[in-house]
Design a protein around this ligand. Structure first.
Ligand SMILES: C[C@@H](O)[C@H](NC(=O)OP(=O)(O)OC[C@H]1O[C@@H](n2cnc3c(N)ncnc32)[C@H](O)[C@@H]1O)C(=O)O
Ligand SMILES: [Fe+2]
Length: 532
């Protein structure tokens, strides 16, 4: 393709040294993976491997290309293993200087997403990015890939690989576990979704200690870990109002994970996408392609500023190559229509004039036993938290009846706070949340749709939907609660900073530790994390 724009991309953040050229479409892709002789990936040894094979891999990628057509060199700038990143960056800089073309520093996580969007032809998905080092649920909003939820400890792939190693299996363990799991019946392991976040290290330790046959442990590991990922993905879908799901990252090769996401999407009427295998794990094509669209948007970097960043986050990248999408539609999923509202987890139906029934839905993607157990645990926990909150003076619906999967409770009449955003109402909401935090409860989903303003005076605030609530007196958890509330204020009433001030005043008047929580809220905002 003479004259057309072609980009050379080099990937080498961890296990795979891979190079590709992307023009209008993929022109070439060559890889030389590193397999550790024993144990996991050793950063320095992996970097030595990359240095040793780089010339061969890049030459092969350039074999049928006229060097005059190369208009940019892209490389993985991070995240990844420091020595590996530096090796690849050095090579990319030299090639860019030799060819006298711009250099493009690509965020590896964003590249996983972009090659997925391009090759699958999806537009604006919620992304489950599950790899060795990372596990994140992402969605595009206002020039950035926002992180809706992510692992708080290790990546899912690393958890699988480490467990496999503890059983004497070679690296990478993910595919081997998948094979064992096909022959097993799942054991029960700890399910650790925390709000919108995930954690895998407790699950991994429990799997290591489990004495059941390896097939059953592998099946239990997959069923538990994947159900956690699918749950957070579904919630992000419900909150964002988006209707596409894209799976990327090495763990996305797993057929059971794909099947579970497909079932979830079918149940919600969303569309599921997954790239073909050569584009799902680490590969040079994702770097070359993302380099190409970045170059077209003018996002190149001078060689002197091209240092690598081993902890480069997906939400650090300013995405200039995508058109902006509108606001997230908070609470849209919770609107009651024809007497029924469907959220990510439950259906609420009006029962006569005075009551509503909240029934948790069975999820077809979950293993039956896990499904039954989660529904029963969460229903009981919700009833408990509501009673505790009432005892602490928080107005909530009165619970009339609890079964294995449903709560019958008082029908609170009034308007959602988001429809009556006045200083007085928001001040009262602050008092309510202050009382809640005082009695050690975190709401977990403090949106302006979950506060109802009503009562005789028309100004009394009730708190509803405790489905994600938990017990904690930590400043961080309280701060996240308030931060979520402030974010929904911003999205429903942009520019009305006075509302956050009124809320804070109410909050302070009801809760002695309010100041330290509000300080933490500022810190959380700085972290630019999209917590919802
Ligand atoms: C920073 C970068 O280096 C890193 N890349 C990475 O971790 O490689 P990736 O190719 O995306 O994913 C590798 C992981 O994917 C897992 N994996 C591969 N096939 C699998 C399968 N069939 N089932 C489960 N896990 C699988 C492997 O066990 C390994 O943990 C990342 O994206 O976080
Ligand atoms: Fe990766």
């Amino acid at each position: 393709m003479p004259g057309s724009r072609q980009i050379l991309g080099i990937e080498g953040t961890a296990w795979n040294l891979s190079a590709a050229v992307f023009g209008e479409e993929l022109i070439s892709l060559h890889s030389n993976p590193y397999s550790p002789p024993n144990g996991g990936i050793h950063p320095r040894e992996a970097a030595q491997h990359h240095a040793a094979v780089l010339k061969d891999v890049v030459s092969k990628a350039l074999l049928d290309v006229d060097l005059k057509d190369i208009s940019g060199v892209a490389f993985s700038q991070g995240p990844g293993l420091g020595p590996c990143l530096r090796t690849v960056a050095t090579a990319a800089r030299s090639i860019a200087i030799a060819l006298n073309v711009p250099l493009i520093g690509v965020n590896h996580c964003v590249a996983h997403v972009e090659i997925g969007r391009h090759t699958c032809g999806c537009d604006d998905p919620i992304v489950l990015y599950a790899s060795g080092a990372n596990t994140q649920v992402l969605g595009f909003l206002k020039s950035r890939y926002r992180i809706f939820g992510e692992t708080l400890d290790i990546g899912l792939g690393n958890a699988l690989d480490k467990f496999a190693r503890s059983r004497g299996l070679p690296h990478p363990g993910g595919p081997l576990i998948e094979n064992y799991a096909k022959k097993g019946s799942p054991v029960n392991l700890p399910y650790t979704v925390k709000g919108m976040d995930l954690a895998f290290s407790g699950l991994m330790s429990a799997a290591k200690d489990c004495k059941a046959p390896i097939e059953d442990v592998c099946a239990g590991f997959q069923e538990t870990a994947f159900a956690m990922c699918v749950e957070v993905t579904e919630r992000a879908l419900a909150h964002s109002g988006k209707n596409e799901v894209l799976l990327v990252g090495g763990v996305g090769a797993n057929e059971r994970l794909r099947e579970m996401l497909l079932v979830m999407c079918e149940e919600r009427g969303a569309e599921f996408f997954v790239p073909e295998k050569k584009f799902i794990g680490d590969n040079g094509a994702m770097i070359a392609y993302t380099g190409k669209i970045m170059l077209e948007a003018g996002q190149t970097i001078p060689v002197e500023n091209s240092g690598v960043n081993p902890s480069y986050r997906s939400d650090d990248v300013s995405v200039l190559w995508r058109r902006d999408t509108g606001d997230i539609s908070y609470g849209k999923a919770n609107l009651i229509e024809n007497g029924t509202a469907r959220g990510a987890e439950a259906v609420v139906t009006i029962l006569g004039d005075d009551y509503v029934v909240k029934r948790r839905l069975s999820k077809g993607y979950r293993n039956k036993e896990l499904d039954r157990q989660l529904i029963a645990e969460r229903t009981r926990a919700e009833a408990r938290v509501i009673s505790l909150a009432r005892r602490g003076g928080v107005l909530t619906p009165i619970i009339k009846d609890v079964t294995d999967d449903s709560l019958v409770m008082e029908n609170i009449k009034g308007d959602m706070l988001k429809l009556v955003l006045t200083d007085d109402n928001v001040f009262n909401a602050g008092i309510l949340v202050g009382r809640l935090h005082k009695c050690g409860i975190i709401h977990g989903d403090l949106t302006t749709s979950n506060i109802i303003v009503g009562g005789k005076s028309g100004h009394v605030c009730y708190l509803i939907d405790f489905g994600l609530s938990y017990i904690s007196s930590e400043t961080e958890s309280r701060g996240v609660d308030v931060h979520v509330f402030f974010q929904t204020l911003e999205s429903t009433a942009p520019g009305h900073d006075n509302l956050a001030v009124s809320f804070s005043e109410g909050y302070k008047s009801a809760f002695v530790d309010a100041d330290s929580v509000l300080e933490r809220v500022l810190e959380i905002k700085q972290r630019a994390r999209y917590l919802h």
